[in-house]
Design a protein around this ligand. Structure first.
Ligand code: ATP
Ligand code: MG
Length: 388
């Protein structure tokens, strides 16, 4: 049976001048994402996006891909049929057979987009509803809280039959709010942070600090795998791999142990900001959560943030509990990869007693032992761009 997805966009963003930009971007994102699944046709008519699924293409795979595309509020997966009462009834019988068998109550809702259709929507609902009730006496009509709602949508060319919408990924189409750089470690939090900001319409560029041989190639591969999992939501994402070993060794050799993590994090932010500007990103994203570790207390974050000169830093999980972050990580399928036990550069040379109430002047004083500018420039120059 020929199927189609009817997609409804988020409404608020569809107002005014934004509308065209929003829709064009959404259509582009959808087409690109569906390329991998097979030859679906995507088109927009009267604020509804149609994804036509050819018979030979796996409808579940299309549904899965579309349900990860931001900017779509609702998805109706429907069967396509001829615009006649008989065809609509028989299509409902076949396409919704399982739901009909399971439902104790039902109602019919009809939308008549094609005003030339000889019956009104109320007449269609009454006649087809009556026939379904007659054929399936276990299913009682219930206009208020039906277990199953059978939808008939009569449009220009065809009629569509479905059992109602399911929620789409929500948010705004990736790219409609610009591009930002995600500091992507191998942990649980940063992939979730990336997902949350992509949902707000940001295209992502990943940045990963890599400290070979303290962190292994397997750790890097794990980060690429996390990136790949994110691309099913955010589309194409390059990952910039920054050589970080020399900086970490210099800090270890020349600065007091208790300041190690903070000085390292300040280097990360400096380098990330340079790379972000180079890759035309308007902001940085991290997976920091207040108080989760010593470097994420408010004074520690003030010290880290002090080196960011021009770009805003988005920390979407700042107010979330670990358990809430884990829930999202499971939903977006990054959790199992994140918990693989490879070292991150944050976990090498960690101080036994990290400073949780650092003073900015002390950190700045300690950094005078280092040639900060040269180290940053060298790391930026040695950065490798990988497309996952
Ligand atoms: P995560 O679970 O994302 O690793 P975390 O709780 O372990 O976070 P930290 O290790 O202190 O926290 O890192 C805080 C944030 O700094 C991370 O969420 C990430 O955005 C960034 N970060 C940490 N290590 C790296 C790295 N090796 N490469 C890129 N970004 C990093
Ligand atoms: Mg980490």
């Amino acid at each position: 049976m020929k199927e189609v997805l009817l997609l409804k966009c988020g409404e608020i963003v569809l107002k005014g001048l934004n509308r065209k930009k929003f829709e064009d971007r959404l259509l582009g994102n959808l087409k690109r994402r569906l390329k991998a699944v097979g030859g679906c046709t995507v088109s927009l008519r009267q604020s509804v996006i149609y994804v036509e699924i050819p018979e030979e293409v796996d409808g579940d795979a299309v549904m899965d891909a579309v349900s990860r595309v931001f900017g779509i509020a609702l998805i109706c997966r429907a069967a396509v049929c001829e615009k006649s009462m008989e065809a609509m009834l028989e299509t409902a019988e076949h396409y919704l057979a399982d739901q009909i068998a399971a439902a104790s109550t039902f109602k019919v809702e009809t939308k008549r987009g094609d005003k030339r259709f000889p019956l009104t929507s109320v007449q269609v609902s009454q006649q087809l509803g009556g026939e379904l009730a007659h054929r399936h006496p276990h299913m009682k009509p219930d206009m208020h809280h039906p277990a199953l709602t059978v939808h008939f949508e009569i449009r220009e060319q065809y009629a569509f039959v479905h059992a109602g919408p399911v929620p789409g990924a929500g948010g705004m189409p990736v790219g409609t709010n610009g591009r930002a750089a995600l500091l992507l470690s191998g942990g649980i939090d940063s992939p979730v942070a990336g997902y949350m900001m992509a949902k707000r319409g940001l295209e992502l560029v990943g940045i990963h600090f890599f400290s070979y041989p303290y962190t292994s190639d397997r750790a890097k591969e794990k980060v690429f795998e996390l990136g790949r999992k994110l691309t099913t939501y955010c589309g194409r994402m390059p990952i910039l791999v920054v050589p970080f070993t020399k900086i970490q060794e210099e800090i270890r050799d020349k600065c007091h142990e208790e300041l190690f993590t903070l000085i390292m994090r300040r280097f990360m932010m400096r380098i990330a900001e340079r790379l972000a500007v180079e890759y035309e990103c308007g902001g940085l994203i991290t997976g920091e959560s207040l108080g989760q570790v010593a470097s994420q207390t408010m004074p520690a974050m003030a010290v880290t943030n002090a080196v960011c000169q021009t770009l805003p830093v988005f920390r979407p999980v700042i107010g979330m509990d670990k358990e809430e972050i884990v829930q999202i990580a499971r939903k977006i399928d990054t959790f199992e990869t994140s918990i693989l036990p490879y070292e991150d550069c944050c976990t090498v040379f960690t101080p036994k007693h990290p400073n949780t109430k650092p003073k900015l002047y002390k950190i700045e004083e300690a950094e005078r032992a280092l040639d900060v500018e040269a180290l940053v420039a060298e790391a930026v120059a040695g950065t490798e761009r990988v497309l996952v």
